[in-house]
Design a protein around this ligand. Structure first.
Ligand code: AMP
Length: 404
């Protein structure tokens, strides 16, 4: 394994049954990934798989679950001991954590202190399926690496620039005041993509851009001059586009029906809307776009059709919010790879200036609009880990300067 001469950052993205992590080295102004790993609980098994920066597996381990040791704590210990063995001289100065919710107060990454942790715990009711695990990751990392600075990077922060009309629901004002707002998510991905676009096409990046982050989670965002002005996701990561297993936009009357007529409990509704809906619910067999595209079952085709339909609707709406559009960017597993979805989402979109180059689109090229297209269309590989690492090092340096 290559030696590491410069400062390093570890990024962590802790979910309910997995921790994604990466080890970056600062090389000149760039961050070089040395390892990208996944610790996961799969049934009775705990697995750890680590790849190098080129995607080759460099470490793989499996063991049966030991119920007396919590998953997050144990996974972090194993990640740490692997890192010490594989890169004993790596000078890890900070750990950056993906945190789904920063509430109204966190419009930028934050150094984790006891007060910040308390703040994040208070937001658990707003993101009960993600926030507790993000916090467990931070707490575990603080214990495992007590001398390393911990930085929280929020998926909501990028959207704090929303104007009031895109931040609110038409509910009584006191609910807005207590935090019932349209927060928007996938912010780290949007921020990364926006910066990347600035390198590829600075003029377009300074204009009116709609980014479609289409992965297992999916959302779209209107960005003007690099700032988020509207997002398809709202109070939770359920709203907007349908996703792998999440429903996307839904008439709240459906939830009332499920409660009042079907007598479903809150937990049952959570399970239905988060885990059994979206592409999985519509197709009846898969949340994986690759499987749906390969299937001839009519339900699979309808699931894709609904997904595409909602992207088109959102695109029209966000273009209207921006009063026109200069660029569209696709990212996420589906956005970066599923040319069929992009082709269908952009069919007949000449009215907002889009003319697709079908050949470039089918080859997943970086620019997939034709030379004549007034609106340029890009495919950008997103990298939330790199964004977290950048923020983490920047905050660490700012903090060190302040302390000096
Ligand atoms: P993500 O959450 O960003 O990792 O994206 C996961 C989604 O991307 C899944 O629905 C995958 O089926 C989809 N995906 C990944 N690679 C491809 C591909 N080559 N073609 C179509 N869909 C893909």
């Amino acid at each position: 394994m290559s030696a590491i001469a410069n400062r390093c950052v570890i990024t962590l993205n802790a979910g309910s049954s997995s921790i994604k992590f990466a080890l970056f080295e600062e090389v000149s102004d760039a961050l070089k990934p040395h390892a990208v790993g996944l610790a996961e609980m799969a049934g009775e098994e705990r697995r750890l798989t680590i790849r190098d920066g080129a995607g080759e597996i460099i470490h793989q381990a499996k063991r049966q679950e030991r119920s007396d040791v919590p998953f997050h704590a144990e996974a972090l210990r194993r990640i740490l001991s692997w890192r010490q063995g594989a890169f004993p001289n790596a000078n890890v100065v900070a750990a950056g954590h993906r945190v789904v919710h920063g509430g109204v107060n966190h419009a930028a990454p934050a150094l984790v202190t006891d007060a910040v942790l308390k703040d994040l715990e208070a937001l658990i009711p707003l993101a009960p399926l993600h926030q507790p695990y993000n916090i467990a990751g931070i707490v575990g990392a603080r214990e495992a690496w007590p001398h390393v600075a911990q930085v929280a990077c929020f998926d909501t922060a990028f959207h704090r620039s929303h104007p009031y009309v895109n931040d609110t629901f038409a509910l009584p004002r006191e609910l807005y005041d207590e935090g019932v707002r349209r927060y928007g998510f996938h912010g780290l991905s949007y921020e990364y993509v926006t910066r990347k676009l600035r390198e590829i096409a600075p003029l377009h990046a300074a204009g009116r851009v709609v980014v479609a982050h289409l992965g297992n989670g999916a959302s779209m965002c209107a960005i003007r001059d690099g700032l988020s002005v509207a997002s398809s996701m709202g109070f939770t990561a359920l709203d907007g586009l349908p996703m792998g297993t999440r429903c996307g936009q839904l008439d709240p009357g459906v939830v009332l029906y499920l409660m009042q007529e079907k007598k479903m409990s809150a937990d049952e509704i959570v399970d239905l809307l988060y885990k059994r809906s979206g592409l999985l619910g519509l197709s009846g067999f898969s949340n994986d776009m690759r499987e749906l595209l390969a299937s001839e079952r009519p339900e699979a085709q309808q699931a894709i059709e609904y997904f595409v339909f909602r992207i088109r609707r959102e695109l029209g709406g966000l273009a209207a919010v921006l009063k026109g559009i200069d660029a569209i960017v696709f990212c996420g597993g589906i956005g970066e790879n599923a040319w069929q979805v992009r082709e269908r989402a952009l069919e007949g979109m000449e009215w907002i200036g889009v003319e697709l180059d079908r050949t470039s689109n089918r080859a997943n090229e970086e620019i997939i609009s034709s030379e004549r297209s007034r609106t340029r269309v890009f495919v950008v590989k997103t990298n939330e880990e790199a964004m977290i690492a950048k923020h983490t090092l920047a905050l660490f340096d700012a903090q060190s300067r302040r302390a000096a």
